[in-house]
Design a protein around this ligand. Sequence first.
Ligand SMILES: Nc1nc2c(ncn2[C@@H]2O[C@H](COP(=O)(O)OP(=O)(O)OP(=O)(O)O)[C@@H](O)[C@H]2O)c(=O)[nH]1
Ligand SMILES: [Mg+2]
Length: 194
Amino acid sequence: MGGPETDLVSVKIVVGGGFGVGKTTFVGSVSEIMPLTTEAVMTAASADVDDLSAVPDKTTTTVAMDFGRVSLDSELILYLFGTPGQHRFWFMWDDLVKGAIGAVVLVDTRRLADCFAAVDYFEELGLPFVVGVNGFHGEFQYGVEDIREALSISAHVPIVECDARSRESTKQVLITLVQHAMSVHMAAAGPGGS
Ligand SMILES: Nc1nc2c(ncn2[C@@H]2O[C@H](COP(=O)(O)OP(=O)(O)OP(=O)(O)O)[C@@H](O)[C@H]2O)c(=O)[nH]1
Ligand SMILES: [Mg+2]
């Protein structure tokens, strides 16, 4: 005899953002399976293209995607897809977002200008997203509302400070995203919808 049927729900989440903001680190820290990564070593040839001033220790970059899995509770499993950050690989985002219920857009406040394109991408797509502010070295130089204003992020979009290296922190961002995505979908269903 089999055990009782459980209503196991699995959903797809995308982790996007500009170059070197910590997407691969985020997926790796929260995933309960060994994350699949597609890192390639950055060579001197890319030195003119990739600005490494904010992340001098970085030696590799994602060329296709990151993949991980996390169970938020016994009934909800998230499949995480991290995007490549370098602009020349952004064409892959269009495939990676297919079927996703929402996205985490990671930002690094030391390089806010690099974050616009990622925020714009998800806004135009109409996919619910939350902004995760990755505080490198635990530093949050700007308040959440300053970041909202600087990046022109709508009032209803949650902005959460996080540490991409910490499982508890990244999990909290994902919980915020799932709650936000549910409220967006329920609002879209309208009164009487469910
Ligand atoms: N101090 C600190 N370093 C971090 C943090 N998050 C990421 N890093 C480091 O920053 C660098 C970039 O992290 P990645 O996770 O590769 O960033 P990414 O967004 O996946 O980069 P691309 O795929 O190349 O766009 C790595 O050297 C990480 O070790 C953080 O919260 N604090
Ligand atoms: Mg990466």
